[in-house]
Design a protein around this ligand. Structure first.
Ligand code: SF4
Length: 314
């Protein structure tokens, strides 16, 4: 199927249960639909980011009161990662609030990649913009995935960020793919964008040279003192529709419930899993915001008969 805006719009417009059924069938054909990937995100550097993304409480442009933290030591990162093994985490993601990784910190980042990989995790980092050389060095250090979200449509992007462009994001995603690192690239929904923007976002993902292997479908968290603190909340059914559309458009990609999952009830999450979400971030904190508790995730998976994928280190 060659997707275009009109066809994606038709998906979004389908009756809710017809859309979910179609997405579920696609999910069933391509994955074990009763299995889920567990990821965890370690925040290795917090706040003081020079970018002005209007949804983010880590931007230095907004006085959000967030406590800044400089780059975590390798020892602390490894200690935190070891604890994730007790949770059965398959993919260990490390995130830093940078425009791009500073030259003086980069050797430490490469060491972190290698040490996390040695522990038997799939490795994923999110560090901001990368150039070709940085991407190749990360690949050589053992990086499996790089996360860099395009967030929304090209048309809407400039109304939430002014310090870089949508094309800058696309360029890093393409650089990462060229270095043979798997791409994790998704969006943030509920920033005041229209459905037309969500459709255009998906078309931009489709138009990447290679489709992302992981697609986080983040839900807006309205951080106080950020420009988007009062934005209208996205209806949960529209969020679930977005999950279903992601599954249909990207049958073989992992579709992840990531930021903002805290707002989803158990029933909302069950509908998301039915609609094709097959990856979650576990851990009580996700970057700078609260996440579902690990115990509640285990209980929900048990209720639904869903098993986590067994990590390689087990
Ligand atoms: S680049 Fe990332 S950390 Fe920095 S303000 Fe934007 S979203 Fe936040």
């Amino acid at each position: 199927m060659i997707w275009n805006k009109k066809l994606i719009a038709e998906l979004f417009k389908k009756p809710f249960f017809d859309l979910l059924k179609q997405a579920h069938d696609v999910h069933h054909q391509n994955f074990n639909h009763n299995q889920i990937e567990l990821c965890a995100l370690i925040n290795i550097k917090t706040g003081a980011c020079p970018e002005d993304c209007g949804f983010c409480n880590q931007s230095a442009h907004f006085k959000t009161g967030l406590k800044k933290e400089s780059l975590m030591s390798l020892e602390d990162v490894v200690e935190k990662a070891k604890k994730l093994k007790n949770m059965g985490v398959q993919r260990c993601c490390l995130g830093a609030a940078w425009r791009t990784p500073p030259k003086k910190e980069f050797p430490k980042i490469l060491e972190m990649v290698t040490e996390i990989k040695k522990l038997g995790f799939e490795t994923c980092f999110t560090l901001g913009f990368l150039d070709k050389e940085q991407a190749e060095q990360l690949k050589n250090a053992g990086l499996d995935y790089y996360n860099h979200n395009i967030e929304t449509s090209p048309e809407f992007y400039a109304s939430v960020v002014s310090t870089h462009t949508f094309q800058d994001r696309i360029d890093t995603v393409e650089t990462v793919a060229k270095a043979d690192i798997k791409v994790c690239c998704g969006g943030l929904f509920g920033m005041g964008e229209t459905r037309e923007d969500r459709i255009s976002f998906f078309l931009s993902l489709i138009n990447l040279k290679s489709p992302p292997e992981s697609i986080p479908i983040n839900r807006m968290i309205r951080f106080p003192k950020t420009p988007l603190q009062d934005v209208k909340v996205l209806h949960m059914f529209e969020y679930i529709r977005t999950i279903a559309v992601a599954r249909i458009l990207f049958p073989k990609s992992r579709v992840r419930l990531a930021g903002g999952r805290i707002e989803l009830s158990e029933s909302d999450q069950a509908l998301c899993f039915y609609a094709g979400a097959n990856s979650i971030h576990v851990g009580d904190v996700l970057l700078t915001s609260q996440n579902k508790s690990y115990v509640s995730d285990l209980l929900l998976m048990k209720e639904l008969g869903i098993q986590p994928i067994q990590p390689k280190y087990l």
